[in-house]
Ligand binder design. Structure first.
Ligand SMILES: Cc1cc2nc3c(=O)[nH]c(=O)nc-3n(C[C@H](O)[C@H](O)[C@H](O)COP(=O)(O)O)c2cc1C
Length: 317
């Protein structure tokens, strides 16, 4: 596991407990777990633009525990990277608690992915199939609570909803009873992809539990974030694609400002981001501010130096 802060003590910001943030009455703005994308460099960027809480990409707990190589490639952090939640794909209480113990000194908590609808994940017993296995979720939560000494270390879950919402409410109440710290709800069923998000379902879940709830799905601007927060009555909002398209979204920008592009270049280069990831983020964040012709040229660039030359020549960055 690579960390710039391995020798340093717990970061000051880590004292900013997410639970306290949820109880502040302010909108808590959260960067979603995103495989390949919500890594240290991107988290550093969105934190610069008013993001309050970040998640790592989903990490398979079994691989993380078994392989040092997996740990080094999947989890990198530093002192400024907090508050931070490490999301795991897990189907085994012992492995999850081992993984939680490893990341405990570097994170504020772990999250169990109970929402991934991908076939490979469901086949392994990870992700959204867990919304139908409340006993397994209970065992995992309890085991982490027993194994991690820090009582402030959070154990949260991220779910999708059932077709029959009473089942989701029942699942969430059971999760609350087992000691889950908060619940993020992506307001779609496992089968739904681009259908409208069921914000009313998120509100019903919020009304039926006492722990914090985060609303997720199709939020593309700060205004929309505030609107979803109001209509669902939740404690925070989580955004994935909206932040890829505009990492400055939570600071109120309608589209990515050039300063944010330039910040990404500085942060990514400083932290040593692989080229594919560096370039892919730029393609996402510049999608709206480049013409079709520019995109054709920019997207075909194949080296960091070519990208830097392009940004300097076209945008003065
Ligand atoms: C590229 C990408 C990677 C994702 N990876 C994860 C993941 O690792 N864990 C997870 O729980 N959800 C993952 N998701 C789902 C998002 O966290 C989020 O629930 C979903 O995209 C809906 O939010 P949005 O409308 O703001 O994008 C991913 C989504 C995208 C677009």
């Amino acid at each position: 596991m690579k960390s710039d802060c391995i020798q340093t003590t717990t970061c000051q910001e880590r004292k900013k407990d997410p639970i306290e943030m949820f109880h502040s009455g302010q909108l808590v703005k959260v960067c979603a777990p995103m495989v390949r994308y919500s890594k240290l460099a991107f988290r550093t960027l969105v934190r610069k633009y008013s993001c309050d809480l970040c998640y790592t990409p989903m990490i398979v707990a079994a691989d993380f525990v078994r392989s040092i190589k997996a740990r080094d490639s999947e989890f990198t952090t530093n002192q400024g990277d907090c508050p931070l939640i490490v999301q795991f794909a897990a189907n085994d209480a012992r492995l999850l608690s081992d993984a939680a113990r490893i990341v405990c000194p570097y994170a504020n908590g772990i999250d169990i992915n109970c929402g991934c609808p991908q076939r490979w994940a469901m086949a392994e017993g990870y992700g959204a199939c867990l919304i139908n296995k409340p006993e397994l979720v209970r065992d995992m939560v309890k085991q982490v609570r027993n194994q991690v000494e820090n009582p402030r270390f959070s154990v949260s879950i991220k779910i999708r909803i059932h077709d029959d919402l009473t089942r989701t409410v029942d699942f969430c109440r059971k999760a609350e009873a087992t000691g889950v710290s908060w619940i993020t709800v992506h307001g779609r069923t496992v089968e739904e992809r681009h259908q409208p998000v069921h914000y009313e379902a998120i509100k019903i879940i919020k009304d039926n539990v006492s722990i914090p709830v985060i609303a997720n799905g199709d939020i593309r601007s700060l205004k929309e974030a505030e609107n979803v927060w109001h209509i669902t009555g939740t404690d925070g909002v989580m955004v994935a694609r909206g932040l890829l398209a505009n990492p400055a979204m939570f600071a109120g920008y309608e589209e990515t400002p050039l300063k944010c592009v330039s910040d990404w270049v500085d942060i990514a280069l400083e932290l040593g981001t692989p080229y594919i990831c560096f370039h892919q983020h730029l393609m996402y964040m510049m999608e709206k501010i480049t013409s079709r012709q520019e995109k054709r040229v920019f997207n075909a660039l194949s080296s960091t130096s070519a990208v830097l030359d392009y940004l300097r020549d076209h945008y003065g960055i």
